[in-house]
Write a protein that binds this ligand. Structure first.
Ligand SMILES: O=c1[nH]c(=O)c2[nH]c(=O)[nH]c2[nH]1
Length: 311
């Protein structure tokens, strides 16, 4: 098996090849005159036995990476109805694993730019888009047998609350300076990656834009859990606790998701106190003036999986 490596001249050899950052924009026009648009950066990696190209100058088994790039544009053209990044990743992976006998596994990763339809005077514009902030990533790993690993991510979702956060009861030793508090800012730039439970390409729901809906529903569950009720909010005793609540809410809500990984850097807002002998109260902190920082930052990450599922 090419992906397990091979012993060549007494040494284990593993290889893969592909094309990264194939950028494509795709426009679709629907029957009521609305344009739909996506911008993708596609990464393809193929596991295939072309070992002889490394060892014997024999390229006869190589699918050229230029061909992979062209295939992205050809398949984008063939996709006559709007599709999601997940669907396009699966479509490409299916093509590479079925069209080429030597390709045993295709890994296709797509990063979607956050273009969102513009609203003008409260009305959705027919063909105008603006760039949002967080990215949507989809990755399909498909083997010739149809075995599938499908995951999606939200990357770079910035969230901040000005109160209802604290941090107490942690280890105190001679190096500890941080005061305990029940009143602080909480800010993060969330990366969430979740794995779908569809383990075969034939189990994928055929509903159009199914994965786009899951993505926005899941984003809402994460955001709602982070902030809590619009008036009362929800108290966060630590980033760790809030992260766990968010991950649990996702698994409770979406049965098609088997595991989730959350990365929540703690982006510190440092209370500002400025004083001198002459001016002892120039700025006295009263939960109002902060020094925003992004380095150094706390790094807090955890995964939650259903038993018997793999990340
Ligand atoms: O929510 C937090 N978790 C930590 O692990 C930590 N460490 C720290 O200095 N501040 C915080 N805050």
């Amino acid at each position: 098996m090419a992906e397990k490596g091979e012993i060549i001249e007494g040494l284990r050899f593993e290889q893969r090849h592909g094309k990264q950052r194939v950028r494509v924009g795709r426009v679709w026009k629907d029957s009521i005159g609305f344009y739909h648009f996506v911008e993708w950066s596609v990464g393809i990696s193929l596991l295939s036995d072309c070992n002889r190209s490394y060892t014997h100058d024999d390229n006869s088994d190589i699918v050229a990476t230029d061909t992979m790039k062209n295939t992205v544009y050809a398949k984008a053209k063939e996709s006559k109805e709007q599709i999601t990044a997940e669907d396009f990743a699966i479509l490409l992976a299916k093509h590479f694993t079925s069209y080429y006998k030597q390709v045993t596994t295709a890994i296709v990763k797509i990063v979607e730019k956050p273009w969102k339809r513009v609203n003008i005077d409260g009305r959705p514009h027919k063909h105008g888009f603006e760039l949002g902030s967080e990215k949507h990533v989809a990755e399909a790993i498909l083997s010739k047998s149809g075995a599938l690993k499908l995951s999606s991510s939200i990357e770079g979702l910035s969230l901040l609350k000005t109160t209802k956060s604290g941090f107490e009861g942690y280890v105190r030793d001679r190096y500890t300076l941080l005061p305990e508090t029940r009143e602080r800012m909480l800010a993060t730039e969330l990366t969430a990656t979740w794995r779908y439970s569809f383990e075969n390409v034939h189990n994928i729901p055929s509903k159009p834009l199914y994965f786009a809906e899951r993505y926005s529903d899941l984003r809402k569950v994460l955001v709602d859990t982070f902030f809590g009720h619009p008036d009362e909010g929800v108290y966060s005793p630590s980033v760790q606790s809030t992260l766990y609540q968010m991950a649990k809410a996702v698994l409770n809500r979406f049965h098609v998701i088997s595991s989730i990984n959350l990365k929540m850097p703690n982006l510190h807002f440092i209370p500002v106190n400025l004083s001198s002998m002459q001016n002892p109260n120039l700025v006295k902190f009263a939960d109002d003036v902060y020094l925003p920082t992004d380095e150094p930052h706390g790094s807090i990450e955890a995964s939650l999986s259903r038993l018997h599922s793999r990340m």
